[in-house]
Ligand binder design. Structure first.
Ligand code: NHR
Ligand code: GAR
Length: 216
């Protein structure tokens, strides 16, 4: 069984969608631990509720990023994961950390990368007058939100949208996108080979596979 560690910082609704899919058996994986850098993250309660080990590693207790990342890497390695899933994890990870888990760490980001890496994505899409927002799942590399994309979903932006309404719509699609990609990994269909994403041994297009929301 594929062992998964999920890293969170907040609400954990993406975590919940993964827990639910494991619970029903549509995802054949074992979430062995959830780790938050914030002690008050609601996602920790979601983990406990599901009977999953919930751990906190408070970054404010560390002198610098390198020290926090070293402790985080040790804690993760102790769980012996096959896959590390970033789900609303809000700390930038050092190069040294990322290099310890090549091809084993994925992130979901609330924009159509390469547009809007970093924070405040929805307001930036609105300010630019974009007609589409969306989310991207990508392999994590040292370059922030710059790792090879695996899959995307698009969400149309309406004239009425503000950052909050857009965040809500995108998040609803994230809850369908992320389990789909994790399922590919669990089934051994997905790998990173020399910075190229392969699905069923075929290279994916630059932005990753565009998933039709109706097909998710
Ligand atoms: N680390 C690396 N090396 N590469 C990536 O692609 C990463 C990463 C760490 C997190 C998630 C990312 C996102 O999906 C992610 C991808 C946090 C920030 C940030 O600026 C930016 C992007 C992401 C996560 N964090 C501030 C920091 O100083 C803190 C912000 C806060 O605590 O609220 O670390 O968007
Ligand atoms: C999600 O929209 C995720 O894409 C985004 O935060 C939200 C977390 O929601 N991630 C980032 O912005 C990472 N910097 P959740 O905690 O309810 O899953």
């Amino acid at each position: 069984m594929t062992r998964i560690v999920v890293l969170i910082s907040g609400g954990g609704s993406n975590l919940q969608s993964l827990l639910d899919q494991c619970q029903t058996g549509s995802l054949d994986a074992d979430i062995v631990a959830v780790i938050s850098n914030r002690p008050d993250a609601f996602g920790l309660s979601r983990a406990r509720q599901a009977g999953v080990k919930a751990l906190t590693l408070d970054h404010t207790g560390y002198a610098n990023r390198a020290a926090f990342d070293a402790a985080l890497a040790e804690l993760i390695e102790a769980q012996q994961p096959d896959l590390i899933v970033l789900a609303g994890f809000m700390r930038i990870l050092t190069d040294d950390f990322v290099r310890r888990f090549p091809g084993k760490m994925i992130n979901i980001h609330p924009s159509l990368l390469p547009r809007y890496p970093g924070l405040n994505t929805h307001q930036r899409a609105l300010d630019a007058g974009d007609s589409q927002a969306g989310a991207t799942v990508h392999f994590v590399t040292a370059e922030l939100d710059g790792g090879p994309p695996i899959a995307q979903v698009e969400v149309p932006i309406s004239d009425q949208d503000d950052a909050e309404s857009l965040a809500r719509k995108v998040l609803a699609q994230e809850h369908r996108l992320y389990p789909t990609v994790v399922d590919w990994f669990v089934k051994g269909r997905l790998r990173l080979d020399a910075n190229q994403v392969l699905l069923d041994d075929q290279p994916l297009p630059k932005g990753g596979r565009l998933l039709d929301t109706a097909s998710l």
